[in-house]
Design a protein around this ligand. Sequence first.
Ligand SMILES: [Ca+2]
Length: 352
Amino acid sequence: MAATMTKKDLVWRSSELFIDIINCRDMFCQIRWVFLFLLFTTSRCWSVEGYEREEFLKREYSLTKPYQGLGSSSSSHWDLMGTAMITTEHVRLTPDLQSRQGAVWSRIPCYLQNWELRIHFKIHGHGKKNLNGDGLAVWFTKERMQIGPVFGNMDLFTGLGVFVDTYPNDDKYQERVFPYVSAMVGNGSVKYDHERDGRPSELGGCTAILRNPSHDTFILVRYLQRRLTIMTDIDGKQDWRDCLDRPGVRLPQGYFFGASAITGDLSDNHDLISMKLYQLTMPPEQEEEEDEITVPSVDNLVLRSVEIQDEGMSGVSLFFTILFSVLGCFLLVVIAIVLYGRWKENRRKRFY
Ligand SMILES: [Ca+2]
């Protein structure tokens, strides 16, 4: 993944290449420079994409090797909780053992308006496909350090949750292939429905075959001008694939980044290698004036717990069920009357 250049870099590099082309003596050299120049300018169009990502990550919101002083020192920017433990290679949120919960939480509230979070992680274990669980989640929430049932974090959270769900709890929906990446925005009153893998409250998502990889796996969460974008890079091709894109997502500032994982009867190692946060900036003319957001919300979506009723009988099937029940009862009564009549007849014959 190439880092995006700043505008200043691009101008400088363009002028440098132009001088090189002029100074070239032979034709072959000039053709080579023209080719490079074209490649460079087209990649510029691709990389700027209407916004800029600052080249340097925001250290205070990022979690990177060698994780020095993580959790323990007062200068650390992150806290550990539950089963989370640090090695030289990763922060292991849970080991491949039953009933574990672990998390890391940023200590510093984030007041950036537009940002991009890149999560480098690894989910692996001994269990066969669909005999592993339960997954990990990445958070941007008002609350922090609350152990709970939603991938190791509290339910009824306020903010954004991005889930990497590795176990299909709701086996009625077999068209959905797991692991499944999805996102949800909560306002403190929306329950995550674990039994339905969060379907009632999800904003969208995608299948992501990312367990037991031989290569690095990444998820990108971008929040830009109230647009939430999630991409995955899980094939080892260093290429971002679209997963979710939702405009009109309103997240307040001052929330905390975190990551958590949980195992139940089934388990996996949930390893976090890094979380890198970049600030995104828009050109001043495109910068939108934003009213202060105090409660998370999503345009055209009511954030509340939704009870999905089991698919009961429709009106037509209910009508026929009652009809056939009544007919069945009627038939039984008729048979009983006929049999009783015959029994009475036989009895009468025996007396005479
Ligand atoms: Ca699940």
